[in-house]
Design a protein around this ligand. Structure first.
Ligand code: GLP
Length: 245
């Protein structure tokens, strides 16, 4: 696991944007696993302003709220159109269908999509409780795409995007941990003090479903890009070996 500590989020966006650019240069039809939430907003802004061409690339998103159609401004489908897809067309984009009548079938269908589109890179954020995608604490490391119940802490954290806590969906359709781990490389971004405990556990804690992101220690190609606030609880020895920018 390579740890990069940046002074400013802008540097993280440039860095990950640069990784995306190299992938576009070296792969004819790359597959980008994409994430939502506050963390990648700056990266998407950087990509929108770039001259990168994604028309031969495929995007596969991590998750979607259950019950929200793609037209709902709170849905992740809407988020992706707004932040990236409307500005940078892809050959194809996939997001789990959280408004499907048959969610089991939607989950199975998404699992197949992931098999058919092995990801060149998977972008991740991390929840304060260590979730990746919407794989909450105690999710199985063998999990695949499924309906998950959101924890009260995740609902509280995401309430800032909604009118109130009560408006946050209670469930989501999320890529599973085994599918996240199947990506060729993974880049995780985390900013701010409220991610510091999750970052410590993901980088230097025991590998345990209690902290789902800790499984990333077992992946051969992971880059973790954090700002100084998110790196604040990392052990000194980890920081010594980290790249500081
Ligand atoms: C959200 C998403 C995750 C995201 C994480 C952190 O709920 N499901 O994909 O990485 O929680 O969100 P944020 O970047 O807004 O802090």
């Amino acid at each position: 696991m390579q740890i990069i500590v940046v002074k400013h989020q802008k540097q993280a966006n440039e860095l990950v944007g640069g990784m995306f650019a190299r992938i576009l240069q070296t792969h004819t039809h790359p597959v980008f696993g994409l994430a939502t939430g506050g963390t990648p907003e700056g990266l998407y802004q950087w990509l929108r302003a770039s001259d990168l061409d994604f028309r031969k690339a495929v995007a596969v998103n991590l998750d979607e709220y259950v019950g929200l159609p793609a037209t709902d401004p709170h849905s992740y489908a809407y988020y992706m159109r707004q932040h990236l897809f409307a500005h940078k067309p892809f050959a194809h984009t996939f997001i789990p269908d959280g408004s499907a009548k048959d969610l089991l079938a939607a989950a199975a269908g998404y699992h197949q999509i992931l098999k058919d589109h092995p990801r060149t890179i998977q972008l991740l954020g991390v929840g304060r409780n260590g979730h990746i995608g919407f794989n909450e604490p105690n999710s199985s490391f063998k999990s695949t795409t499924r309906v998950v119940a959101l924890t009260p802490s995740t609902i509280a954290a995401n309430a800032r995007f909604f009118k109130s806590k009560d408006a946050v969906p209670t469930h989501a359709l999320s890529m599973g941990i085994s599918e996240i781990m199947a990506a060729e490389q993974i880049v995780l971004m985390a900013f701010g003090t409220n991610k510091a405990t999750a970052v410590k556990n993901l980088v230097a804690g025991r590998v345990t479903p209690r902290w789902p992101a800790s499984i990333l220690q077992r992946h051969p190609h992971v880059v973790v890009v954090v700002d100084e606030a998110a790196a604040a609880q990392l052990p000194v020895v980890t920081l010594k070996h980290a790249i500081h920018q």
